[in-house]
Ligand binder design. Structure first.
Ligand code: PLP
Length: 394
C-alpha cells in the first residue's frame, strides 16, 4: 500500500489492466461457473454490505436467504418432509447458503460426524464415509480437516459408482455415504435410489453432491431421481453460482432434518443471534439477494430454457466431434462431455497456446473434458472443432 492513496482514475486503470488478463469466459469450456445473470448482478450490488453472519442486523437479507432455502426445497422435492418451520427451516426443509460445493460438502460430513458422536456410537477405529472415486476433491479436504477416513468406491463402465464396491467398503465405522448427482468430470449421476436403499438398510446418512447437477437434472427431459423424493437422502449440496446463474460465492446446503443444523451449532456470545451453524462467520448477504432475484426472475421456465440451450450445445459438439472421428467416453447425461482424442494433454496445451481455448482433462481415463455452459455459443463450437481438427492433425 502507498502512503498516499491513488486517484479514482488511477485505480480503475489499474483494475482494468488486471481485468484484461481474465478470460471473461471467452473460449472457456473448462468451467462449471459462468457469467451471472444481469438480475443477479444488480441484486448483488444492492445488498453488497449485508452480513448474514450477523442476522439480527440484516433482517432483510436474512429473509431473502430463507426464501432461497424455501425455493430450493421445492425444487428438490422437500415437500414430502415433515419438518416444523422456523429459524432456517422453511416449512419442509432446513438449510443455509454456503460459499459453494466445497463448504457444503464439508458441513454435510461435519453434521454426520457430530450426530453420530452425539449418539455416543463407539468406533473400533477411525469413522469413515464411502464416496465414489469420481467425487470432487473437496472430499480430500474433508478427510484432512475432520479426521475421517474417506473410502473411495470404484466406478462402473459408465462412470457411476459401483454398488458392489460401495457395499464392500461399508464397515462398523462407516457413518455415511455420498452420491454425486452430476459428477465434475463426466457429468454422470450416481444411482441415488440404490445408494438410498443401502443407506437405509445400514442406518447411514446419505449426502448428495448436486453442486453442479442441482440446477440441471430437474430441467432435463428425463430427470433421474436424486433429491429428497428419494427416502434415504439426508442432505443435498446445490450451487446457485454454477448453473443457477447467480453470483460467486453462492452455494447451498439443505438438510432433511433440523437435527443436522442443531449438530452444527456453536454459541456466538457477542452477536445479535445466540448461535451459528454455518462454517464461515461473516457471510455474503449479496449472494443471497442475487440468488433470490435470479430464481424468481427466471422461474422454472427460465431454468428449463437454460438447460435446454446447454443440452443443445452438448448434442451439437458430440455430433460434430463424431464426424471428426472423436467419440465421447459416455453418451452425455448432462452438459459435460469427455471426448476421446489421441494424446489429450498435448491437445489441451496446443488448443490453449495456439487458439486460446480453455479445456480440461479427465483423470482416469484421460480425455478432453468440455463443459457446455450458457456463455458458449453454437459458433464457438464450430470454431473450436475446426481448431481441434488442426491440432490433432499435427
Ligand atoms: N462438487 C461438485 C460435483 C463440483 O463439480 C464442484 C466444483 O466444480 C464442487 C463440489 C466444489 O464447488 P466449489 O468450487 O463451488 O466449492
Amino acid at each position: 500500500m502507498n502512503e498516499q492513496g491513488l486517484s479514482e482514475r488511477e485505480i480503475f486503470s489499474y483494475l482494468e489492466n488486471a481485468k484484461s488478463e481474465d478470460t471473461d469466459y471467452y473460449r472457456v469450456f473448462s468451467s462449471m461457473c459462468t457469467r451471472p445473470h444481469k438480475i443477479a448482478i444488480e441484486a448483488n450490488r444492492l445488498f453488497i454490505e449485508a452480513n448474514l453472519g450477523d442476522l439480527g442486523l440484516f433482517a432483510g437479507a436474512h429473509k431473502l436467504e430463507q426464501e432461497v432455502v424455501r425455493m430450493l426445497g421445492n425444487l428438490l422435492h422437500a415437500s414430502s418432509i415433515d419438518v416444523p418451520s422456523g429459524g432456517l427451516c422453511q416449512s419442509s426443509v432446513c438449510g443455509y447458503l454456503t460459499t459453494g460445493g466445497t463448504e457444503s460438502n464439508i458441513q454435510a460430513v461435519r453434521g454426520m460426524k457430530n450426530l453420530v458422536t452425539a449418539g455416543k456410537k463407539e468406533f473400533k477405529g477411525t469413522p469413515n464415509i464411502v464416496i465414489p472415486a469420481s467425487a470432487h476433491f473437496s472430499f480430500d479436504k474433508v478427510a484432512d480437516m475432520m479426521g475421517i477416513e474417506v473410502r473411495r468406491a470404484s466406478l462402473d463402465s459408465e462412470f457411476r459408482v459401483d454398488m458392489a464396491s460401495v457395499e464392500k467398503l461399508i464397515n462398523e465405522n462407516t457413518i455415511g455415504l455420498v452420491g454425486i448427482a452430476g459428477n465434475t468430470e463426466f457429468g454422470q449421476i450416481d444411482p441415488i435410489d440404490k445408494l438410498s436403499e443401502v443407506a437405509l438398510e445400514n442406518e447411514l446418512f446419505l449426502h448428495v453432491d448436486a453442486a453442479f447437477g442441482g440446477f440441471v437434472i430437474p430441467f432435463l427431459e428425463k430427470p433421474q431421481p436424486f433429491d429428497f423424493k428419494v427416502p434415504g437422502v439426508t442432505s443435498i449440496a446445490i450451487d446457485p453460482h454454477k448453473m443457477g446463474l447467480s453470483t460467486i460465492p453462492s452455494g447451498a446446503l439443505l438438510f432433511r432434518s433440523p437435527s443436522f443444523l442443531d449438530s452444527l451449532k456453536v454459541s456466538t456470545p457477542y452477536l445479535t443471534t445466540k448461535s451459528q451453524f454455518t462454517l464461515t462467520g461473516t457471510r455474503s448477504g449479496a449472494s443471497a439477494a442475487a440468488t433470490c432475484a435470479v430464481m424468481k426472475y427466471l422461474g422454472y421456465e427460465g431454468y428449463r430454457k437454460n438447460v435446454q440451450y446447454c443440452m443443445e450445445l452438448t448434442s451439437k459438439i458430440v455430433e460434430e466431434a463424431r464426424k471428426l472421428g472423436f467419440e465421447p467416453l459416455i453418451e452425455p447425461v448432462m452438459n459435460v462431455v469427455a471426448l476421446k482424442v489421441p494424446n489429450p494433454d498435448l491437445v489441451r496445451e496446443r488448443l490453449l497456446k495456439k487458439f486460446g481455448w480453455n479445456v480440461s482433462i479427465t483423470r482416469t481415463p484421460r480425455a478432453l473434458r468440455l463443459v457446455l455452459m450458457p456463455h458458449n455459443s453454437p459458433e464457438d463450437i464450430e470454431l473450436f472443432l475446426e481448431d481441434l481438427k488442426k491440432v490433432t492433425a499435427e
